[in-house]
Write a protein that binds this ligand. Structure first.
Ligand SMILES: Cc1cc2nc3c(=O)[nH]c(=O)nc-3n(C[C@H](O)[C@H](O)[C@H](O)COP(=O)(O)O)c2cc1C
Length: 415
């Protein structure tokens, strides 16, 4: 029987197809770590489901022949309103974050590199000059300054501070087991799931993932701590105050003069504090549902935040983006651009650098077709008027400001 030639076609037409291929290709524990979601997975589910509640109001004729979707994010030109969110992509693909960075650069967008990444900031900036470095609040202040200095010396063009993390332990779906290191003993233990994924194993060939965090290496040391060593440092660091946020922003600014983003904002009052702390940008995010489960989807919390601080700082949306029309919905709701996580990780697992490029191309095509459908020539023309937004969709967290008062007055008037 002849083989179906399409089965060999590495190109995929949607992020959902990339996800199915990632599931097929990766050992179950690696795939499980990508899907993740803490506790019962309420936030992770809402991140995607909320986009399905929003609709469009398309035109039938009078469309524009040309459409534009370029913008800037923290001073970097981007060819579409989508940038790469930081993730530690241990064991997904041998080229890891370097493959992601190459794809981002080739598609004219920004790479963000996690401090838990498997590749060093130097390797990543070598292939993608537009790279933001992301740090958690981990280690003492001297250590944090050293890490910032290293990122600056490597050419990072912005810093992202991710502060939303609650060290939640229990996951109803069962956490994937992550080995301390990959040695002969671990190889034997994981053999049953790995032998069923020969293509994944072959791709790593002589270079099995070493599960260390090179960007957290002490000065002068070649190798970074293991993932568990890094996690221990993080767990034992006292959580940051708003003064700490301001301190970090100031250190980075004094050192580099470059922009600073606070990632993980859900509340209007926090967004306002971020403005007061002098940030360039915030990412409205619930960490892809991997942090405090029950936090609403960022697309629900975005509008109130964008209304409150969108004129003063850049507001990005992060979480649940799976297609170009999701990007358009986020921009129409007030985001300057979006950040993507799982979508590119599935592309990476499915087809390496080309797979990540494939995902970005899918999003670009989707943005273009949504603009065409609505008869718009630029993402700058998008507003909430172009969306069908059901009553009760938004969540105004920590918003006691004029917008909340106005909506109370409106609901009393119609009561
Ligand atoms: C496997 C995985 C690892 C992640 N690692 C980090 C990280 O190291 N730093 C960080 O700021 N966010 C991390 N995140 C969160 C992402 O940056 C992003 O907020 C999230 O994936 C967005 O949701 P989405 O996956 O639905 O696009 C991680 C997410 C996933 C799925």
């Amino acid at each position: 029987m002849s083989k179906n030639p399409w089965a060999q076609n590495p190109w995929f037409e949607s992020v959902a197809v990339a996800q199915r291929r990632a599931k097929k290709r990766l050992p179950s524990s690696v795939y499980g770590a990508l899907v993740a979601g803490s506790e019962r997975g309420q936030s992770t589910a809402d991140n995607e489901a909320a986009f399905m509640e929003l609709g469009f109001a398309p035109h039938v004729a009078g469309h524009r022949p040309e459409r534009s979707m370029s913008t800037t994010v923290m001073g970097q030109d981007v060819s579409l309103p989508v940038i790469i969110s930081p993730t530690g992509v241990q064991a997904v693909h041998p080229e890891g974050e370097v493959a992601v960075a190459k794809a981002a650069a080739s598609r004219g967008t920004v790479m963000s590199l996690s401090n838990f990444a498997s590749k060093s900031i130097e390797e990543v900036t070598a292939v993608a000059p537009s790279t933001f470095f992301q740090m958690y609040w981990t280690g003492d202040r001297d250590v944090m300054i050293q890490r910032m200095q290293r990122a600056h010396a490597a050419g990072a063009v912005g810093l992202i501070a991710t502060l939303d993390w609650s060290f939640s332990m229990g996951r109803d779906w069962g956490s994937p087991e992550i080995p301390e290191k990959v040695d002969f003993k671990t190889a034997l233990k994981f053999a049953p799931q790995v032998v069923r994924k020969p293509r994944w194993l072959k791709s790593f060939a002589t270079n099995l993932p070493d599960l260390t965090a090179p960007n957290l290496a002490a000065p002068g040391e070649q190798k970074g701590p293991t993932f568990f060593g890094a996690y221990y440092e993080w767990m034992t660091t006292p959580p940051p105050t708003w003064d700490d946020v301001e301190w970090m922003r100031e250190q980075w600014h004094q050192l580099s003069g470059k922009p600073f983003m606070l990632k993980g904002v859900c509340r209007v009052d926090d967004a306002r504090r971020a403005v007061d702390a002098g940030v360039t940008a915030i990412s409205v995010s619930n960490h892809g549902g991997n942090n405090l489960d029950g936090t609403p989807a960022p697309i629900r919390t975005l509008p109130a935040i964008a209304d409150a601080v969108g004129d003063e700082i850049e507001v990005l949306l992060d979480g649940g983006i799976r297609r170009g029309s999701d990007v358009v919905k986020a921009v129409a709701m007030g985001a300057r651009a979006v950040m993507i996580g799982r979508a590119y990780l599935w592309g990476l697992a499915a087809n390496g650098e080309q797979g990540v490029g494939n995902v970005i191309d899918i999003l670009r095509g989707g943005v273009d077709s949504a603009l065409l459908g609505m008869g718009l020539s630029s993402i700058d023309e998008l507003s909430r008027d172009h969306l069908v937004i059901p009553d009760g969709f938004e969540r105004r967290l920590g918003s006691a400001g004029p917008a909340a008062v106005a909506s109370d007055v409106a609901s009393q008037a119609t009561a």
